[in-house]
Design a protein around this ligand. Structure first.
Ligand code: AMP
Ligand code: GLY
Length: 417
């Protein structure tokens, strides 16, 4: 089988690392891929948004299955185009991907089908939004409706911060059209977790839960980022919580999307807050999470390509999970998520049997691999339990202490909340 992975981040690096292990995979391609992926796959220089280019390549190269990593091409209709050309693609159509592409659509959908989520109102008028903030008070959460690369959510601790967020989104148009409509929602208290599932129409096969840490610094302090590390499984997410979430969130969402005439194929990702009243959805994503994928896939015994083929054929993939834990720590450029420098040489050390390195913001240069993004790479480790996995990952991470070009959080998998 020939497989194409669309994307260039850590998540896609992780996907090709796992696909490479399968004996069924003949040729593995990544478009456009990154500096670390070419060890596992042939990188082809086609942008993830160049859908015509990707269709053309899939036909030329005899691709049997395409897996799409990032959200932007999903919302641009990549799955629809591949399907029109009779090319197998594991990704939702544009209509189904709206569950991530529009927060107001997602919130109205959850309300209609009674999927637990924070109370909310949608606004297209800044003055009305501000009056609502005055009424509700803080803390409160302001969200741009459309895709904003994870930056469109402001958890405002004061009314002033909320009003500033409205001005940024609706008056200054920081997120362009993505912020023309905003959702304002109730602040939820609790511990967050992510639950992803392989989905095809009504069939839902959940993975192991993971916890992603989005704040830049230890103890969840500092600005929000694209994610500074993750671990799986999550000790405080009990079997009962999982069973409830599978039924009342993931299965209900898949069934309801069918009812709406938007059947879902691909990865359905629920970001949840485990509140005193039970889990509530913070957001749906319609793709593999990043960095959750990097810590969940190492715990799966099945071949990823076979799981996807089974799910798409309506069969139970019989997922099997290791009785172990995985911790992944992101190494970021000093200064991230603010201004940072690119081009710093990346210290190299061979990963051991229990550690792995997944690259994201890297580039090949004449001096070896150098940084070219905010989140540079993720060091992951598998262990008998979270403490052991964290210890192994942090032992390896010491090589990054010799330079001040990078930083990483010291508490991923150690501080389990
Ligand atoms: P998102 O980009 O939607 O994942 O949101 C970014 C982060 O904002 C989430 O991971 C949460 O930590 C936080 N957040 C979003 N919505 C809420 C909410 N209603 N209550 C509390 N925190 C939230
Ligand atoms: N880890 C959150 C996301 O993938 O959006």
């Amino acid at each position: 089988m020939n497989i194409l992975v669309v994307g260039r981040g850590g998540r896609e690096h992780s996907l090709v690392m796992h696909l490479e292990k399968s004996s069924q995979v003949d040729k593995l391609y990544a478009a456009p891929g990154n500096g670390g992926m070419d060890k596992h796959a042939t990188c082809v220089n086609i942008n993830e948004m160049d859908i015509d280019g990707l269709v053309h390549f899939a036909k030329e190269a005899g691709i049997d299955l395409t897996i799409v990593g990032p959200e932007a091409p999903l919302n641009a209709g990549i799955a629809d185009r591949f399907q029109e050309e009779n090319l197998a693609v594991f990704a939702p159509t544009e209509k189904a991907a709206l569950l991530e592409g529009s927060k107001s659509f997602a919130k109205d959908f959850m309300k209609k089908y009674e999927i637990p989520t924070a109370a909310y109102e949608t606004f297209t008028d800044a003055e009305a939004a501000k009056r609502y903030i005055e009424q509700q008070g803080a803390p409160i959460v302001v969200k741009a409706d459309g895709l904003a690369e994870g930056k469109g959510v402001i958890v405002a601790e004061t009314k002033e911060q909320a009003i500033e967020a409205i001005d940024n989104m609706m008056i200054e148009k920081t997120f362009a059209e993505a912020g023309a409509t905003i959702v304002i929602e109730e602040f939820l208290e609790g511990n967050e977790f992510s639950l992803m599932a392989f989905v095809h129409e009504n069939n839902v096969f959940p993975m192991m839960p993971a916890r992603d840490h989005k704040r830049a610094y230890d103890n969840d302090e500092g600005p929000n980022t694209g994610g500074m590390g993750a671990f799986a499984p999550v000790p405080d997410v009990t079997e009962d919580i999982l069973t409830y979430t599978e039924k009342v969130v993931l299965q209900k969402a898949a069934d309801s999307l069918m009812e709406e005439g938007r059947p879902f194929t691909g990865i359905l990702y629920a970001g949840l807050m485990n509140t005193p009243k039970g889990p509530k959805v913070i957001e749906f994503n319609t793709r593999f999470g990043d960095p959750e994928t990097q810590v969940v896939l190492p715990l799966m015994n099945n071949d990823l390509d076979q799981v996807i083929l089974d799910v798409m054929a309506g069969k139970d993939p019989e997922l099997e999970w290791k009785d172990e834990a995985c911790v992944g720590v992101v190494v970021a450029s000093a200064g991230y998520p603010g201004l940072y420098k690119k081009g710093a040489p990346i210290p190299v050390s061979e990963p051991t049997d229990y550690t792995f390195v997944v690259q994201a913001g890297t580039e090949k240069s004449k001096d070896g691999i150098v940084s070219n993004g905010g989140r540079v790479l993720l060091v992951g480790a598998v262990g008998e339990n979270l403490d052991q996995a964290a210890q192994t990952a942090y032992d390896y991470l010491q090589i990054f202490n010799t330079t001040d070009a990078f930083f990483y959080r010291k508490d991923i998998g150690i501080n389990k909340i």
